[in-house]
Design a protein around this ligand. Structure first.
Ligand SMILES: Cc1cc2nc3c(=O)[nH]c(=O)nc-3n(C[C@H](O)[C@H](O)[C@H](O)COP(=O)(O)OP(=O)(O)OC[C@H]3O[C@@H](n4cnc5c(N)ncnc54)[C@H](O)[C@@H]3O)c2cc1C
Ligand SMILES: NC(=O)c1ccc[n+]([C@@H]2O[C@H](COP(=O)([O-])OP(=O)(O)OC[C@H]3O[C@@H](n4cnc5c(N)ncnc54)[C@H](OP(=O)(O)O)[C@@H]3O)[C@@H](O)[C@H]2O)c1
Length: 285
């Protein structure tokens, strides 16, 4: 389509006015599309040789969690990116713009990637605080960084343990960072039982019924509660729209069962944890 050289017609402004969300922009576009605005449109549009490309908004930025620790990889930032693709009801293949572009890059080409850093919603935890981390799929991204960081902190004194719940579809196909998690779950690593930590994985499609991270959490109910009593912070990250609320509901169940309180009291306790900065969620769809 000729979006970079053809000058848009009056109809373009009329259509754009339907989609404009800011009232002053809507009014201006409607004015340009009206007979009264014809002269002004000529001055603004044709005379200036404006193009459609110039008039549409720039691409929106995409956020990615940093999945490496600055101590383990100084001057590097690792990302864990899922290549988004799906089939529409009319069987057309669609692909995510940014993730597909990233996946097609060749590091040898030295392509410049414009990137910014901004503070996320998961604050870096101090080494002394035990952690319960829940990150299915690409939700494990920030927690790879957390585990790496803690493994580095271990070298300069005993850091607190981590319980990590990871989930994916199949053990064979998408068990992200398998060797990394398993190695840190051994030899007194931050995820090792010897240190009071643990690594638990739910393969959702390796058996007829679904197994999710929250099922694994319920299996470790007593242990999760012990770690909360020891002052653990809970972090949840991932892409599923339902996952964060399902995980929260599993935690309410765990608190209710292990503390022997009603569900309503468990809900209040979880809310208090959130208020005290001990429950964090970063979710995307
Ligand atoms: C705080 C934050 C952290 C994030 N961290 C990560 C991360 O660590 N790793 C990661 O991979 N992503 C992460 N994301 C998501 C990431 O920002 C992008 O949204 C994602 O990579 C898709 O971008 P894209 O340009 O490839 O897809 P786009 O071109 O933007 O397309 C995505 C859109 O396609 C549509 N779509 C996608 N799948 C389907 C489907 N099955 N059916 C119908 N429509 C569909 C939806 O409208 C969706 O919004 C994060 C997002 C946020 C907000
Ligand atoms: N083609 C592939 O092989 C493939 C593989 C991975 C990802 N993807 C694409 O990538 C997108 C995002 O990927 P992702 O890796 O971040 O996440 P994801 O694959 O969508 O999910 C990760 C895991 O979370 C499970 N899950 C789904 N609903 C949940 C819930 N309510 N509570 C707890 N766990 C839940 C999923 O199980 P179920 O999906 O079995 O329900 C899966 O095991 C997906 O939407 C998909 O389009 C494709």
């Amino acid at each position: 389509m000729d979006i970079a050289s053809a000058s848009p017609r009056c109809y373009f402004f009329e259509v754009m006015s339907v989609f404009a969300t800011a009232e002053h922009e809507k009014e201006r576009l409607q004015y340009f599309a009206s007979p009264e605005g014809r002269d002004d449109l000529y001055q603004y549009n044709q005379k200036e040789r404006r193009t459609v490309l110039e008039l549409v908004p720039p691409l929106k930025t995409r956020a990615f969690s940093i999945s490496s620790s600055p101590s383990a990889h100084p001057n590097q930032v690792h990302l864990t990116v899922n290549v988004v693709s799906w089939t529409t009801p009319f069987k057309r293949k669609r692909a995510g713009l940014c993730s597909t572009w990233l996946a097609g890059l060749d590091p040898q080409d030295g392509v410049y990637i414009p990137a910014w850093f901004c503070k996320g919603s998961l604050p870096p935890p101090p080494a002394s605080i035990p952690l319960v981390l829940v990150g299915p799929g690409t939700g494990c991204a920030p927690f790879r960084g957390f585990v790496e960081e803690r493994a580095t902190q271990d070298m300069s004194g005993a850091a607190a343990p981590i319980m990590l719940f990871f989930g994916c579809r199949n053990e064979e196909n998408d068990f992200l960072y398998k060797d990394f998690w398993l190695s840190h779950a051994q030899n007194a690593g931050p995820l090792s039982i010897a240190r009071g930590g643990g690594f638990f994985v739910a393969f959702s499609r390796d058996q007829p019924q679904k197994v999710y991270v929250q099922h694994k959490m319920r299996e470790q109910s007593e242990w999760v509660w012990d770690l909360i009593l020891e002052g653990a912070s809970i972090y949840v990250a991932g892409s599923s729209t339902k996952m964060p609320s399902d995980v929260m509901s599993a935690l309410e169940e765990i608190i209710s069962k292990e503390a022997g309180v009603s569900r309503e009291t468990a809900v209040l306790q979880l809310r208090r944890l959130e208020k005290n900065g001990r429950y964090h969620v970063e979710a995307w769809s």
